[in-house]
Design a protein around this ligand. Structure first.
Ligand code: AMP
Length: 743
């Protein structure tokens, strides 16, 4: 048989891959043939076939762009998450590629990020829909393009399909100093020089050099220097010394460098009389310790240092800042150039672990404010508009242009005219507190204007204002990861405050500010004081006001304000954030809140709240304050959740949400509302009365069983309405338990 009879030749639109195939096959989707007797089909325009694809497989195309990408910035790391593309192009081999661009905030020009960025797990061929970038530069604008690719993407001459995310990284501590060189060495001294860390992540304020004789680590010396060279002197001849260096920026200290070991020159025979030098380091440590003891005794004896105390006053500021109050309003400044201190057996707190100083302990409050805040010339400030009302006067937005610096957007708090001296002192008290803090999640103080009649506090500008209002305005608009990112920032700021020994006492979403990158910063330092050492101070709260709904029971009952009571408030802030600014305990009265909490009742889970987050809230609300998590534990827990977003997928489901209520043991069988109609009218949901009645929810007993699914079934599809009804139901139950009458 020379050729197939005509009837066996495939028609256009059909093909036969092998002459041995018994019949012709129809061209698979997105392919065609125009000729007879085709052995394969051609792909339609924009469709392709990978070499390894069988001819029977449909032609495919590159996927569309990934969707709904979100970012979460943690210092110099960025976590990205997205949803797979709507169109996979007909293929199963979709993976993702991340392009990273570093952008200049002024020119807007971007360049490729270069090799310093690490991608976890990797940059290309990502199978999961998330990735983490670490080792980014601090305070830098980045654009990340997430591109979906499949087996035919490389054949596509068209534009790449990607979704892009812009982020600005935060401040981070400097990377360790990596190279240290020895300079001149004598029998008693070693000179060193080093290079700035590879990633300073900001302006280096100073270096700290720690050194000790080899194998004598318990007795070490610390030198601080603004330069990248030092000379360690008074060393033993012919001995090995170990050096470690770390840098400090506004973000704090970076890690110490690895250990560098250098040896002093041996004692020459001619200089052997110099043996007297040998015990110098031991003596210097001992003398150092004795001197410290003398200074401490001196301070504790209540003597007052004047400005001439020199070394002693500088030491007090570094090692014992919390003791400053003993000296009234004497200065607590460090010697800026180079300080040298000796430490033995680690008994003394290292510099860098700063402690908050209560400005109220200054006899002269003006001194406190100038200790901690920069004075700004009023001519450097341009006021633009009023953005809020503070306790002491208007809050405005504007610009600050300091000489030699870029112009900055700022918020300006003003003190209303006709202020009393006490009001001026209280107003500036906030600046004295704020000025001691330096953390990316604490509102940053630029300075104060005090030399004028118009007294002002100038802070960084937070474009989105206070968190509670912002969340209410954007109800339901954020992903869980974004909300957790906000909470992480707040927890990190609170960890910093508690490490400094500062108790906030008024932590609430209204006192958190949020910027355009959704970075949350703790603000409002008006109420707060450290009360630990001063039982009397507990009763001197301004106006005796306590924000009941946010305050831990022990702080309400016996004014025990601690970082653990701040953790309770943090739990309430978590609840506010996850419920988009809902008022905690709704319209219950303060007295009823106190009673319910005392009786062991707690707020129910907000709607659609991940179970892990609600559990964390309940942990923050433990009655025993020692059982509550610490802020560092909260930060690490939130970090874990962010790194593993699938852990946030388990939500507190509707039924357990109800059973988690403070009303768990309550007889939900009667109601203080006389009818379903009255209840729905009261919450402005009267439009649903008919539908409730028609579906058998004609009594409050029946209504008490309603779940969110029931609401959807009844046609209550608007999320806002669902929330209103469910929240009101919980309130009704709370009120039932406490025998309260609804408004
Ligand atoms: P406060 O006196 O701190 O409670 O501020 C009153 C209001 O002014 C706040 O609720 C904010 O809406 C606004 N505000 C205060 N500080 C800032 C800021 N740094 N950036 C933007 N808005 C601010």
């Amino acid at each position: 048989m020379d050729s197939l009879p005509k009837k066996w030749v495939c028609r256009p639109g059909f093909f036969k891959a092998s002459p041995h195939s018994p019949s012709c096959s129809k061209c698979p989707p997105h392919s065609y043939t125009l000729d007879e007797a085709s052995t394969s089909c051609l792909c339609e325009e924009h469709y392709f076939r990978k070499e390894s694809d069988p001819p029977t497989m449909a032609c495919t195309r590159p996927p569309s762009a990934p969707r709904s990408a979100i970012s979460n910035v943690n210092e110099t790391s960025v976590f990205l998450e997205w949803i797979p593309p709507a169109d996979t192009g007909g293929r199963k081999d979709v993976s993702y590629y991340i392009a990273c661009k570093k952008c200049n905030s002024h020119s807007g020009l971007c360049e490729a990020c270069g090799g310093h960025v690490r991608y976890l797990p990797q940059q290309t061929g990502l199978k999961n829909t998330s990735v983490m970038m670490v080792d980014l530069l601090a305070h830098t604008n980045y654009t990340f393009e997430i591109e979906a690719v499949n087996g035919v993407s490389d054949q596509n001459p068209g534009a790449r399909q990607f979704v892009s995310v812009n982020v600005t990284t935060n401040q981070a501590a400097p990377s360790p100093v990596s190279s240290v060189k020895k300079g001149k060495i004598t029998k008693n001294s070693i000179s060193l020089s080093w290079q700035e860390p590879d990633r300073p992540n900001g302006i280096i304020l100073e270096y700290e050099i720690k050194y000790f004789e080899k194998d004598q680590e318990m007795s070490y010396t610390i030198i601080k220097s603004k330069e990248t060279t030092i000379t360690a002197d008074s060393l033993k001849p012919g001995s090995a010394y170990v050096f470690q260096i770390r840098a400090r920026t506004a973000a704090g200290y970076g890690g110490f460098s690895r250990r560098f070991e250098f040896e002093t020159s041996p004692v020459s025979v001619a200089a052997s009389s110099d043996q007297s030098q040998i015990p110098i380091i031991v003596v210097s440590v001992t003398v150092g310790v004795i001197l410290l003891a003398v200074v401490i005794g001196f301070l504790l004896s209540g003597s007052c240092c004047d400005g001439g105390c020199g070394w002693a006053s500088s030491l007090r500021a570094v090692a014992y800042p919390s003791l400053t109050w003993r000296c009234g309003y004497s200065k607590a400044k460090q010697d800026p150039e180079e300080e040298k201190m000796h430490f033995h057996n680690g008994h003394i707190k290292l510099p860098g672990v700063r402690t908050y100083i209560d400005p109220h302990t200054y006899e002269d409050p003006n001194q406190a404010v100038h200790e901690f805040a920069k004075e700004i010339e009023v001519s450097c400030i341009t006021i633009e508009r009023v953005i809020g009302a503070g306790e002491f006067g208007e809050v405005c937005s504007g610009r600050l242009k300091l000489q030699g610096k870029h112009e900055l957007p700022v918020a300006i708090k003003t003190l209303k005219v006709g202020y009393t001296e006490k009001q001026r002192r209280d107003f500036l008290g906030e600046a004295s507190i704020m000025g001691q803090f330096d953390h990316p999640n604490i509102i940053h103080l630029e300075g104060v204007v005090t030399k004028n009649k118009s007294v002002m506090i100038v802070t960084e500008y937070m474009e989105n204002g206070s968190l509670d209002t912002f969340l209410k305005k954007n109800d339901g608009q954020f992903t869980v990861i974004q909300l957790v990112g906000m909470l992480r920032g707040i927890a990190s700021g609170m960890k910093y405050l508690s490490d400094m020994g500062y108790v906030h006492r008024d932590l609430a979403a209204r006192n958190i500010l949020i910027n355009s990158n959704l970075v949350c910063k703790v603000s409002d330092f008006g109420l707060s004081r450290v009360l630990e050492d001063d039982p009397e101070a507990a009763y001197t709260t301004r106006g005796g006001k306590i924000p009941i709904r946010w305050t831990a029971p022990e702080a309400i009952a016996f004014r025990k304000f601690t970082s653990a009571s701040d953790v309770w408030s943090y739990g309430i802030v978590m609840w506010e954030v996850m419920s988009y600014g809902e008022r905690p305990y709704w319209e219950m009265t303060n007295q009823d809140v106190i009673k319910a909490v005392e009786e062991g009742y707690r707020l129910p889970s907000p709607m659609d709240c991940p179970a892990a987050l609600y559990q964390l809230m309940l942990d923050c609300w433990q009655k025993d304050r020692n059982s509550r998590p610490k802020f560092d534990e909260i930060v690490s827990m939130l970090d874990k959740l962010i790194r593993n977003p699938s852990s946030l997928k388990t939500l507190v489901n509707a039924s357990s949400r109800v059973s988690n209520l403070l009303v768990e043991h309550s007889p939900v069988g009667s109601s203080t509302y006389r009818s379903v109609g009255e209840w729905l009218e009261a919450i402005k949901m009267g439009r649903y009365t008919e539908i409730f009645m028609e579906n058998g929810y004609s009594s409050m007993d029946a209504v008490a069983q309603v779940t969110i699914e029931d609401l959807r079934r009844l046609g209550v599809t608007l999320v806002g309405h669902q929330k209103k009804i469910m929240n009101s139901l919980q309130e009704v139950k709370v009120q039932l338990v406490n025998g309260m009458v609804p408004l």
